[in-house]
Design a protein around this ligand. Sequence first.
Ligand code: G
Ligand code: G
Ligand code: MN
Ligand code: NA
Length: 253
Amino acid sequence: AELIADLRRAVDEGQLHLEFQPIVDLATGAVRSAEALVRWRHPQLGMLSPARFLPLAEETGLILPIDRWVIHEACRAAATWQDRIPSATVAVNIAASHLRRPDLIATVTEATAGAGLAPRALTLELTESALIEGSDAVLDRLSQLRELGIRIAIDDFGTGYSSLSYLHRIPATELKIDRSFVARVAEDNRAYATVEMVTRLAGAFDLAVVAEGVETDRQHDAVAAIGCVQGQGFRYGRPAALGELRTVLARRR
Ligand code: G
Ligand code: G
Ligand code: MN
Ligand code: NA
């Protein structure tokens, strides 16, 4: 309960910050994108991970101001690296409750315009469960976002109640293969087949595909052999401060 009051203050008092994790082209190592991940430096408890405070934020509705802050901050950050890699995008995670709100469109439009960022440089990451409970209004909203040029990723793909029919309805631009499959891809035939199937499916739907949670060379080799195009994970870079990401971008130019 006390943590709720603290969280309420955290947004206003600037205790939140973002880390960025690179998403790379598996063949060349070039950075294609970066996922923004929120962190909370609590004045007494120290650094808190999203797993610690996002569930609380969801319960209390504080997730909305947090997500809005993240969207604005991520767009401002992406504007600072656009000169280095104009095609690089920034990805932000969007809570299910946020997706249900009509004002998501205004938030996103203001954030990109305010930062001077092209809408196609912003990807919204949505989980399967957020999408599956989506009403027609949510589908309309996603279509509007796509018309604006915003990219839509389905995060943790394969872990929700995947109905293949929703892939036909959701105007996604990419699939992110959940790291639970990637973790076992090099030693488990079924995990390998799952990554292979999702990669083929992405190809057939003309969607980009990202293997998440690549930690080892063996996992990298397996997902690359399967034909997955992009990867994210500790093998390529941990979530890090904006300054560090800019260094990585400069190096891989
Ligand atoms: O960075 P970490 O692995 O601790 O993140 C844990 C989870 O928190 C991830 O599933 C991620 O999607 C989620 N997350 C991280 N940052 C944000 C954010 O800004 N908004 C929302 N809604 N979720 C986030
Ligand atoms: O659910 P989502 O995909 O948004 O989660 C992103 C989270 O995954 C981040 O919190 C990040 O810290 C974590 N992550 C990123 N790369 C790796 C990895 O290689 N291994 C593991 N275990 N976690 C990772
Ligand atoms: Mn994500
Ligand atoms: Na994910």
